[in-house]
Ligand binder design. Structure first.
Ligand code: C2O
Ligand code: CU
Ligand code: CU
Length: 431
């Protein structure tokens, strides 16, 4: 914290090597360390500044996914940090407690940069959530779980796309926080997992082999109104969820991803899109005696969600590999102009035969309906990224309360990174 009370972080983008397997160094990229990045943390109301330096051999950028902040600080494709360059974005945290993340967003290279290891979590706190009896000892009963699939070719990462894999890169192994075959010893009765799908293309359906129930307490942008009992939780690239798992003394269980039942146009799309795959994600090993944890509160918060009744404008977005609304991304074209302080309804449709998702910068939106029906409980909280399965349509309500800047756009895009890189992205300005 510097003299005027700003919380300052240093992030150096660098090359290095990482031994995912003993004695076998793999070239990787990371923030500060050789792979991934530190967990940054700030509270609502705090001023934040990040001193980014790029010691990579090429340009990159750092985007604060899920954060409300001025477009100039957003770290999207217009805020390039050249090789050897520096960038010092700063903003005030003006949103509820949440699990956000940061990653590069250079147009055309996002997949490559994230795959090499550039990603980290950015946690936000607030007073209200601080008072709740939730597991909150970071690294003890409150654990970051960054999920990424990888493939090795000898000692190197293999980033090649396989044939027919329209969704993009799919790995054959899964890492958590950059660790293969991860396990975690747990000494508390309740453990909170902050799940982040930081994979480039793969959607996971998380659950446990014994089909036990767990509580979902948060979506992308913060706490739900109340804990929701779940047995499965589906996250597409970029999405987050916080869950609380109750442990049995002495047990070993595993967070697993299960085959995806739907979301593909047909059997072939499902097969080549990773729909049949199942992975053990993270083993949890409970101590023989566990510290008791307080029961979860019945009510968590009143989520700050836009109201559809306030909506003054409708827009439509058609997702396709060739671009959104048939327009591939153009850095020099502004696709949408929205008015600061207004609420809009965006209909997003996927008739493209494969799963896509939809992410909007600067805002946390409400999912109004899914194919005309009330969204399931997992989609009733603050969201910035949502899976749009093939053949479906969602209506989102967004309120643009941030900063106006007619010259600097924010992005909306599919967060399957190879789709984004090839142009499934558009730009909007808030004026
Ligand atoms: Cu996580 Cu536009 O990105
Ligand atoms: Cu983002
Ligand atoms: Cu896509």
């Amino acid at each position: 914290v510097d003299r005027d009370g700003t919380r300052v972080f240093d992030l150096r983008m660098r090359q290095g090597t990482t031994e995912f397997r003993p004695g076998r160094p793999t070239p990787t990229w990371g923030f500060n360390g050789a792979h991934l990045g530190p967990t940054l943390r700030a509270a609502r109301g705090e001023k934040v500044r990040v001193e980014v330096s790029n010691t990579l051999p090429e340009a990159s950028s750092v985007h604060w996914h899920g954060m409300r902040l001025p477009a100039e600080m957003d770290g999207g494709p217009h805020q390039t940090v050249r090789a050897g360059g520096r960038w010092s974005p700063h903003w005030t945290v003006e949103q509820p407690a949440a699990t956000l993340w940061y990653h590069p967003h250079l147009h055309g290279s996002t997949e490559k940069h994230v795959q090499r290891g550039l990603a980290g979590m950015f946690l936000l706190d607030d007073e209200e959530s601080g008072r709740l009896p939730l597991p909150k000892r970071y690294g003890v009963d409150d654990l970051p779980v960054i999920v990424q699939d990888v493939r090795f070719d000898g000692d190197r990462f293999d980033h090649a796309h396989r044939r027919f894999q329209g969704v993009g890169f799919l790995g054959n192994r899964v890492m958590v926080n950059g660790t293969l075959d991860p396990y975690r010893e747990v000494a508390d009765e309740r453990v909170r997992l902050r799940l982040l799908n930081a994979s480039t293309a793969r959607t996971y359906d998380f659950g446990f082999p014994d089909d036990r129930a767990f509580d979902q307490i948060a979506t992308d942008g913060g706490l739900l109104e109340r804990p929701v009992e779940q047995r499965r939780i589906r996250l597409s690239p970029g999405e987050r969820a916080e869950i609380v798992v109750r442990m049995v003394p002495g047990e070993r269980t595993v967070l697993r991803s299960f085959p995806l039942r739907d979301g593909y146009a047909g059997a072939l799309e499902r097969r080549f899109g990773g729909g049949h795959d199942s992975f053990d994600i993270l083993q949890l090993r409970a101590a023989r005696t566990l510290r008791p944890s307080p029961a979860l509160p019945d009510r968590l918060t009143a989520p700050e969600l836009p109201d559809a009744a306030d909506s003054v404008k409708e827009r439509h977005f058609d997702l396709a590999l060739t671009g959104i609304n048939d327009k591939p991304m153009d850095m020099d074209r502004i696709d949408e102009v929205v008015t600061r302080g207004t609420t809009e309804t965006w209909t997003v449709r996927n008739d493209n035969g494969m799963p896509h998702n939809f992410h909007v910068h600067d805002v946390q939106f409400r999912v109004l309906d899914v194919d005309g029906r009330t969204p399931p409980p997992a989609l009733r909280g603050r969201k910035d990224t949502v899976l749009i399965p093939s053949g479906s349509r969602m209506r989102l309500v967004l309120r643009f309360d941030g900063t106006a800047d007619e010259d600097t756009p924010y992005m909306f895009h599919c967060h399957l990174l190879s789709h984004e890189d090839r142009g499934m992205m558009g730009q909007f300005v808030v004026v």
